[in-house]
Design a protein around this ligand. Structure first.
Ligand code: XLS
Ligand code: NI
Ligand code: NI
Length: 452
């Protein structure tokens, strides 16, 4: 590859200019079996329902290293000794060649994915500005849009003890500088959202940790970020990405319910929503479905980092999603809640370390996108057949009756309820939860998806 090459890119030369729809019978691995951007699903184009994004960190800035071994991937811009500016340009050119060929509308990135840290703050800033200029040109050329921007507040050694929750206020200030910059970059690129993932906002040991102090710091940080968002007129949504641990032993943004409680405690619930990641849900001991349903129920649903974990491994393996069964239930909740507003499905997923060919990146995304597309069709079928909505409604129907209304309306006391029970006026009987019936009904929609 010519590292100084033209902007249209010549990295994925084995892949056609655009991945096309080949249909379910196609044997071409470089064609979509299900994803058809213009197909209408519940009143919107499939592309607009799914709002798919490619992430730059796993797909272009990670060499395929793990804790036991070095990078295995063919990523010339990551090779040692390449001039950082040239490397960063080559990386962006390849990334936008990829996004354009894949034919998806969005991408997402951290500041450090596109520009290395310089020797001084000024140099770091200049690196970033040069990359952002190039990103802007690529966006104009390809029509790709920014789903979200974010700042990397976890890789540099200064963040080892946290960013906003660091015992050193100087580190808090550094994190603030980085977020201010990336919020402005995201605004300049008309990003739909801005994400904060607190990978090191937590603790390694309680022996040296003042939980109450760190909570106050964290809340303060989020408050001044929101303040700056309004000051610069950023129209996108601020999102917090929950994760229970890894890299830190315990992370404060543990899961959807924990983050919503934190936001409400600090009067920030109106400012932030959630970016939920499938593998983070499983690390927290939840299903992905649970996290999506919880965020929606608590009024904090925003966006999705789509991937999957490994049921035998206890870490964030970030594999590409491949289970329609699992994804369909999450997509169903999103559809019923009205679909994405500013959010979308970001492929926060990475190749396995042995997937070293350039086309592996296409195969991974195509299979993942088809999984999402098929899940969307199944979810739409569930909505159309009232598979879950009707039985759920029926299950709670009594809450619209006199007794239910008087309880929820606050007009009845504990003593009055006891009186009703004692007098035999209230006499509840056990009812079936119908779990197996519903499991079967969901499967029928998944099996039939898109053919009705
Ligand atoms: C790591 C997170 C991270 C965020 C962005 O586990 O998923 O990749 O999405 O900082
Ligand atoms: Ni993520
Ligand atoms: Ni993750």
């Amino acid at each position: 590859m010519d590292l100084e090459g033209g902007m249209s890119g010549d990295f994925f030369t084995d892949v056609p200019a655009r991945i096309k729809f080949g249909g379910p019978d196609s044997t071409d691995p470089l064609a979509y079996a299900v994803y058809q951007p213009d197909r209408m699903v519940r009143g919107k184009r499939m592309a607009d329902q799914l709002r798919i994004a490619v992430c730059l960190w796993h797909s272009f800035n990670w060499p395929g290293s793990d804790v036991f071994g070095v990078g295995t991937f063919d990523r010339p811009w990551l090779a040692p000794g390449v001039d950082p500016r040239t490397a960063s340009q080559a990386k962006l050119d390849a990334a936008f060649e990829f996004i354009d060929k894949l034919g998806v509308p969005f991408f997402a990135f951290h500041d450090r994915d596109v520009a290395p840290e310089g020797r001084t703050y000024a140099e770091t800033r200049a690196n970033l500005d040069a990359s952002v200029d190039r990103i802007e040109k690529h966006m104009q050329r390809t029509g790709a849009r920014l789903l979200w921007g974010t700042a990397n507040l976890f890789s540099h050694p200064r963040y080892a003890a946290g960013a906003a929750t660091n015992p050193d206020p100087g580190v808090f200030a550094y994190a603030a500088a980085q977020v201010k910059t990336m919020l402005e970059v995201t605004n300049r690129l008309k990003g739909a959202n801005y994400v904060l993932w607190g990978g090191r906002e937590g603790y390694e040991t309680l022996l040296n940790t003042d939980l109450a102090q760190e909570e106050v710091q964290f809340a303060r940080f989020l408050a001044i970020v929101a303040e700056h968002k309004h000051k610069i007129g950023f129209a996108g949504t601020l999102l917090i990405e929950p994760k229970p641990q890894e890299p830190t032993k315990h992370q404060y943004d543990y899961d959807a319910a924990t983050v919503m409680g934190f936001l409400q405690r600090h009067d920030l619930a109106g400012e932030y929503r959630l970016n939920l990641e499938a593998n983070h849900a499983t690390l927290a001991g939840h299903s992905f479905h649970h996290e999506v349903a919880t965020a929606i129920a608590l009024g904090g649903f925003g966006s999705i980092d789509v991937n999957r974990g490994d049921y035998q491994n206890g870490w964030d393996t970030d594999q590409f999603p491949n289970s329609v069964d699992e994804v369909a239930l999450a997509v169903y909740e999103i559809l019923v809640a009205g679909g994405f507003t500013t959010g979308g499905f970001n492929f926060d997923a990475k190749l396995r370390r042995q997937s070293i060919s350039r086309t592996d990146l296409f195969h991974a995304h195509i299979a993942g996108i088809d999984t999402l597309a098929r899940a969307l069709l199944a979810a739409a079928d569930m909505v159309e057949h009232d598979t879950l909505a009707a039985p759920r409604k029926e299950r709670y129907a009594d809450w619209s009756n006199e007794l239910g209304k008087s309880i929820l309306g606050g007009s009845v006391t504990l003593a009055e309820l006891e009186r009703g029970i004692a007098a035999g006026e209230i006499d509840p009987k056990p009812r079936s939860g119908q779990q197996e019936l519903l499991e079967g009904a969901v499967n029928r929609r998944i099996w039939r998806a898109g053919s009705s």
